[in-house]
Every structure is written in C-alpha cells, then in structure tokens.
Design a protein around this ligand. Sequence first.
Ligand SMILES: CC(C)(COP(=O)(O)OP(=O)(O)OC[C@H]1O[C@@H](n2cnc3c(N)ncnc32)[C@H](O)[C@@H]1OP(=O)(O)O)[C@@H](O)C(=O)NCCC(=O)NCCS
Length: 211
Amino acid sequence: MNKKIAIIGAGGFGREVKWLIDSINIQTKEWNFVGYYDDDLSERKNIAQKLLLGNISDLNSIDETLAVVIAIGNPKVKRKIVEQLNNLNLYFPSLIHPNCLIGNNVVIEQGTIICANNILTCDILIEGFVTLNLACTVGHDTTIKSYCSIMPSVNVSGEVLLEECVYVGTGAKIINQINIGSHSTIGAGAVVIKSVPRNSTAVGVPAKSLG
Ligand SMILES: CC(C)(COP(=O)(O)OP(=O)(O)OC[C@H]1O[C@@H](n2cnc3c(N)ncnc32)[C@H](O)[C@@H]1OP(=O)(O)O)[C@@H](O)C(=O)NCCC(=O)NCCS
C-alpha cells in the first residue's frame, strides 16, 4: 500500500518537490500525496486551493502516520520547523529522484531531498534535512551536515566539509579539502578556493567574504 506524504512549503520549491514525488511514483507507486502545509496562506495562490491543508503547527495534531518533506530553502527555517514538530506520528523520509547516480558508501540521513540529475560518488555523508537541488555533484569523502541547502548546478569536490546550516547559491563550485563554517552562505556562481569561517557570506571568483 502506498504511504501518505505531505509537503511543508507551498511555494515554487514545494511544487518541484511534488514533481519529485510524482517521478518516484512512476517507478514505485510508493507515495500518496495528500497536500501542502504552510504558515503563509498567500502561498495558496501557487497551488490548487484544496491542497493547502493548514499551518505547519497543525501537523502536531495529526493522528495517523504521515511522511513529511520540508521543501524550504533557508536552512535556519528548516531547522526551526523540525524543532517545532513533536508529533510521533510524523516521519521524514529521504526523497531521491530515480535518475540520480549514488555511488558506494554514500550515507543519506532522514529528511534529505535529492532532486533530479545529482551525482554523488563515494564515501559521502549527507546528514538530516539536507537539500541537494537539481544537477549537483558531490565528490568523494565529503560531509554535508544537517539542514544545508545546495542550490542547482553546484559542484562540491572531494574531502569537503559543509558544517550545519550552510546555504550554497546556484552554480557555485567548491574545490577539494575546503571547510565551510556553519550558517555561512556561498553566493551564486562563487568559486571557493579557501575555507570559509562560520556565519559569513563569500561571493565571487575566487570567493571572498563580504564585509
Ligand atoms: C550571496 C547573496 C546571498 C548575497 O545577498 P545579499 O546579502 O542580499 O547581498 P547584496 O545583494 O546586498 O550584495 C552585496 C554585495 O555583494 C555582491 N554580490 C552579491 N551576490 C553576489 C554573487 N553571487 N557573486 C558576486 N557578487 C555578489 C553585490 O554585487 C554587492 O556588491 P557591492 O556592495 O559592491 O555592490 C546573494 O547575492 C546570492 O548569491 N544568493 C544565491 C541565490 C540563489 O542561488 N538562489 C537559487 C534559488 S534556486
């Protein structure tokens, strides 16, 4: 029997994650999509009205088993939502588009979203609630810690460490053996050739910290 699943976040990425669920279902018929939860009721304009089922806190009173996926880009907002949910009926599967290439000894923790066309090679740890948006590559011996969000077409090389809650803008490249400190942001198109301290924003080619 297919399992019920809801998406938190009814914006554009939420609809892309719905497509990801549809893509998985073509192969496995695994999921029964029930609708979206969002605190911003204006997101109703983005989706069929009956599919917005309520506020995020409403999930804490669901009385049946429900899979939940958090389709939110901002790492801190993702973490706050996870901390807010305390209902043991909820669980957080990892969703991986069927066309991704996942190599040897790649560990993917709960709540992770891996969109179409990602390639992860070998000996990689993807912690909980990470988002890998479309068409990223992740090299050997890399760790991406909880809540990181990696936007489309990012290349993360080998032996890289992304600490918790890092946001990497679209098209950025991170060369090998780089550490990105927690809560830092890498700008779109940046080429990161030196480690980035926590709580900072680095942009450009080569990437330099703002401010
Ligand atoms: C890095 C980023 C977060 C900075 O946003 P911000 O804090 O609002 O910064 P600002 O727009 O005020 O820009 C500050 C300075 O950095 C520069 N800058 C910002 N982003 C840059 C980038 N990606 N590359 C090079 N320079 C950049 C600006 O030109 C500006 O320079 P100036 O002070 O000389 O004028 C943002 O520009 C970015 O790249 N976001 C990624 C978005 C993305 O990938 N979205 C994908 C959605 S799927």
